[in-house]
Design a protein around this ligand. Sequence first.
Ligand code: PHE
Length: 358
Amino acid sequence: MDFQESEFFIFKMKEALETIIIDVRDTAPGLENRAAFEAYKATIQGPNGSLTAVMKSMGKLLREEKPAMGKLINEAKAEINEALSQALATIEAAELTAKLGSAIDPSLPSVEGDRGTLHPIAQVREEMVALFQRIGFSVAEATEVETEYFCFDALNIPKDHPARDMQDSYYLPNELKMQNVPKHKEEQYLLRTHSSTVQIRTMLQKNPPIRIIAPGRCFRRDTPDATHSANFHQIEGLYVDQDVSLTDLKATLDYFVKTIFGPKAKTRLRPSFFPFTEPSFEMDFFSPDLGKLSNKWLEIMGCGMVDPEVFKAVGIDPQAYTGFAFGMGIERIAMILQGVDDIRYYYQNDLRFLKQFA
Ligand code: PHE
């Protein structure tokens, strides 16, 4: 090639590159699917493609002409690739939409994220509620803020009982007005110290037969340690009907203990005292299958026959009706079942602890 021919050749190569770029810019955005895209791309970059032809003709150039031409070709290539990859991205997005249906379903759950679970105390509470429901108890509820009447007086708890002391219970400011909690006389509001308040509220609301359990939060001014927490949970049971006997109480508690701690568990009642039951007992149980706690009598609840004074307070005739009541701490049962040796773990919200019960 002489100089003139070479000059013309370079001009032709530049022209070819320009034509290709314009063609790609015009054509690529209109390619509708992957097959059309691949076919078009082959006409540019394939073995017989237009860009490939320009690149091949480099060989005919004089050595000193090559670097400048090479640079032009690389720039053209970058531009062509940019236009092609944009076109491919549009086609891929359309393919994805077609696969998913017309739109993305926003109701699908996220792929990330842990599934929540019930708190270990709630798990035990649910288990206890379910087993009492199976034998005909239904769930009753009452407020956590109470009046002294429902917490103490109606339950025959005398004026000098330590629970009534400001040091032992959480009293609320005198001027506080609570809705739906009628106050008697000059008494004060307090956070309920036990779930036995629900006995009174239920018996005032309905006539016997009554068969309820009342799970809920209670509060006492305890200094927190491994077995005490100022806020804790109890489950209360009450059964009132004609001819309810101590045998019924014992049978119900046997069923509870065997269901929750296994068929080999045994119960025993020890005489005790509560102002609202007569006679009163502490119930202990014993199980050979409890790891470190096996084969020891463990105290888990207070119980007894409803005191006639309580029936009188709620207008039930103690000649016609008898009843039993029991109350226990849910944390105590949970700690035994779950092998937890410090009650404070339940309230620290430490996921390393909570996840063990997921
Ligand atoms: N309320 C009692 C307590 O908190 C437990 C109890 C309930 C005892 C019902 C007897 C009957 O200690």
